[in-house]
Ligand binder design. Structure first.
Ligand code: AMP
Length: 211
């Protein structure tokens, strides 16, 4: 399916439980096999919990691992990839839904709209950028969807320290708090997301802006 972008952000009604999770992760495998194992564990857990995976549509690295594990577990996968990356990131053809977008902005908007929650597995600057974008949107009150940082083998520890530093230097401060969960085991991601979802409130429609 080719996306028909109109530039507007759609907020779907908040479901009773998390039904679709956006996973941001590396297009590489990283140094340690622990990362790929975590990606596969998450994929299997999503399928077993009847939660759809929304991800960047590629077949490489941790992205491919989480998508294939979800599919092999009988789960639903929505791949959202910009046209110009479909070859380079070896777009997975056998996903449940494939959305080819005109550009990165449309990809990110659709990944947001299709998801009730976000997870960052280990990854590179693409993963970092996507994670930080969701943190900033949440910080600015644009959504209350849970964000979980999967700190597999301490991968995100330098980033988490940076956030602490920003807090200690009062750049992250009351009224501009950043809200996220941290887990160190892939098996804890889904239960944490569901718990955070149950605690979260609705975003107030008056505060919604278009990205
Ligand atoms: P990486 O973590 O760098 O391996 O990238 C993971 C995914 O993020 C890949 O699908 C990239 O296409 C995507 N990506 C790269 N740069 C960006 C960006 N600026 N915004 C959003 N996604 C990106």
């Amino acid at each position: 399916m080719r996306a028909n972008g109109n530039g507007k952000l759609t907020m779907r009604p908040r479901p009773e439980r998390v039904r679709n999770v956006c996973v941001y992760c590396g297009s590489g495998h990283g140094e340690s096999p622990i990362y790929a194992e975590a990606a596969r564990t998450l994929g299997r857990a999503l399928a077993a919990s009847d939660i759809g995976l929304v991800y960047g549509g590629g077949g490489l690295g941790l992205m491919g691992e989480v998508a294939r594990a979800t599919l092999e577990g009988g789960g639903k996968v929505t791949g959202i990839i910009p046209d110009f990356l479909s070859e380079r990131e070896q777009m997975l053809q056998d996903v449940t839904d494939l959305i080819v977008t005109a550009d990165m902005h449309e990809r990110k908007r659709l990944m947001f709209e299709h998801s009730d929650a976000f997870v960052a597995l280990p990854g590179g600057i693409g993963t970092l950028e996507e994670l930080v974008e969701q943190l900033t949107w949440a910080q600015l009150g644009q959504h209350t969807k849970p964000i979980v940082v999967a700190d597999i083998a301490g991968f995100w520890s330098p980033f988490l320290h940076l956030l602490e530093h920003m807090r200690s230097q009062a750049f992250i401060r009351p009224g501009l708090e950043v809200s996220y969960g941290i887990v160190s085991e892939a098996a804890d991601i889904v239960p944490r997301l569901q718990a955070m979802h149950a605690e979260a409130g609705e975003v107030q429609p008056a505060t919604l802006i278009k990205f």
